[in-house]
Design a protein around this ligand. Structure first.
Ligand code: GRF
Length: 203
């Protein structure tokens, strides 16, 4: 399976997925990493490993539709079976999302459906949550609302600030995102009635 990863920043989730993919011999390859930000740290890591990289900068495009179309054109050059959003900080329009329906995954740093959107850790702390976590989900046009593939729960400790909590959640992200992507490339995810079934129950 051909995987294209989209990111905007340091790319620690991209690294987690790409390293597991190579180390565990998945029937898959990360064929390209695409950023909307020219300076994204994740691009450097990918380049150093010989993975094709590209930048599609939203500032170079007059509208969201134009940006989405340019991004889709770049993605499609790589003929992906799966598009993985890994800290990709642009909202994608409906046409884009429909184009990749059923093969577009995202990770969000909260236990969805709680705390979609930004500042998840601050909001979880403000709400007095005793647990937090991360969610891997298929992307649908409704932001942060697609069918859930996998979630991880971490404790909120007394005295946590957003940064400490974010670091704890991020470690959990690095566990569940590679696992969810592996299930996908192993054809073990079934989308049914807008929910995800994992086919054989194995880890
Ligand atoms: C992660 O917390 C992810 O859940 C969120 O953005 C962050 C990206 O981090 N969407 P990284 O670039 O993968 O290190």
């Amino acid at each position: 399976k051909r995987i294209v990863i989209l990111l905007s920043g340091r790319g620690s989730n991209m690294i987690a997925v790409a390293e597991r993919c190579a180390a565990e011999g998945w029937p898959a390859e990360v064929v390209a990493v695409i950023s909307n930000k020219p300076g994204a740290g994740g691009l450097v890591w990918a380049q150093a490993r010989g993975i094709a990289t590209a930048v599609v900068a939203h500032r170079d495009h007059p509208s969201r539709d134009a940006f989405d179309a340019a991004l889709a054109a770049e993605i499609d050059r790589h003929q992906p079976d799966l598009v993985v959003l890994a800290g990709f900080m642009r909202i994608l329009g409906e046409a884009f999302v429909q184009r990749y329906a059923g093969r577009l995954l995202n990770i969000h740093p909260s236990l969805l459906p709680s705390f979609g959107g930004l500042h998840t850790h601050e909001r979880a702390l403000e709400a007095g949550c005793k647990v937090a976590g991360a969610t891997v989900h298929f992307v649908t046009p409704a932001l942060d609302h697609g069918p859930i593939v996998l979630q991880a729960v971490v404790p909120v400790h007394q005295g946590d600030d957003a940064e400490r909590l974010a670091a704890r959640v991020l470690r959990a992200e690095h566990v569940i995102y590679p696992r969810a992507v592996r299930w996908f490339v192993q054809d073990r995810l079934l989308l049914e009635h807008e929910q995800v079934r994992q086919l054989d129950g194995e880890p």
